[in-house]
Design a protein around this ligand. Sequence first.
Ligand SMILES: NC(=O)c1ccc[n+]([C@@H]2O[C@H](COP(=O)([O-])OP(=O)(O)OC[C@H]3O[C@@H](n4cnc5c(N)ncnc54)[C@H](OP(=O)(O)O)[C@@H]3O)[C@@H](O)[C@H]2O)c1
Length: 292
Amino acid sequence: MKKLLVTGGSGFLGWNLCGVAKESWDVFGTVFSHNIDIPGCKKVHVNITIYNDLIKIFNEIKPDAVIHTAAESQPNYCQTNPDESYKINVEASINLAGLCADMNIPLAFTSSDLVFDGLNPPYSEKDPVSPVNTYGEQKVKAEIEILKHCPKAAICRMPLMFGDPSPASNSYLQSILSNLHNEKYITLFTDEYRTPTSAYSAAKGLLWAVENFNGTIHLGGKERTSRYDFGIKVAACCGFDKSLIKPILQKDISMPAPRSPDVSLDSSNALKMGYSPLPLIEEFKRLRCVNE
Ligand SMILES: NC(=O)c1ccc[n+]([C@@H]2O[C@H](COP(=O)([O-])OP(=O)(O)OC[C@H]3O[C@@H](n4cnc5c(N)ncnc54)[C@H](OP(=O)(O)O)[C@@H]3O)[C@@H](O)[C@H]2O)c1
């Protein structure tokens, strides 16, 4: 089998990606502060911000392809720690792109729907970027520089994702489920819209993109939903009390990073080429959070 290097194998998306990819690739997943095993994959411990260490693992593994999910993925953290997060989100991404170009191997980069300001949805690949926070700005910078260094890279703009947690990192679904399960109230935004998909569907999209696509592509889910409506759907599907979910507005909560109101992605280009995220209800069934 060909060798796939997945950066961020200990993270939420990378963990799910390793699980799907191992069916058809010899997978090497990187870990950093969470030194966990990745079932069915080879674990590589590396700090991706140290260029010489990156070169070393490329020389040792000699990957046939790279999917780069390692990142500082929390917008609030990036807002308050711009220099530290820049090293991971931008500098390390550029270095990886250079190494992939040198080795002439394909690279898929996980960008974000947060490259947009959320004022003119849905967003296609042709729409100009307009980030409102540091995280979004770093993703834009990484996208531009990666394509300069490695023109054959696939820049995959990911939506909000949910799914099985890694032992080190949850998705937002886990906090919804655990609160509802424990009959605790939760608050969710009624005025923040996304096109969510599961990490499972996203992983399939990334595996398709790394082998078949160059340029920028949107890998959103098929349904536009507010965070509140998403929570209501989860409660309904899983048999929890919907009244535990209380609506709030973005302006009700103050956070370091400004939030975009509606970064729904138009993913019709990827859909035409065979990307097929499951409907939300099917995703919930697959995650076994549905009472049947
Ligand atoms: N989750 C979403 O809804 C979402 C939405 C849009 C885009 N994205 C993008 O998708 C990608 C994956 O997101 P995620 O939610 O899976 O993130 P995550 O759970 O926070 O995982 C981040 C990963 O990056 C690794 N990492 C961080 N700093 C590192 C360093 N210096 N050296 C090596 N590894 C390092 C972490 O390793 P350790 O934990 O071992 O330190 C972890 O494996 C990111 O690019 C993110 O921006 C995510």
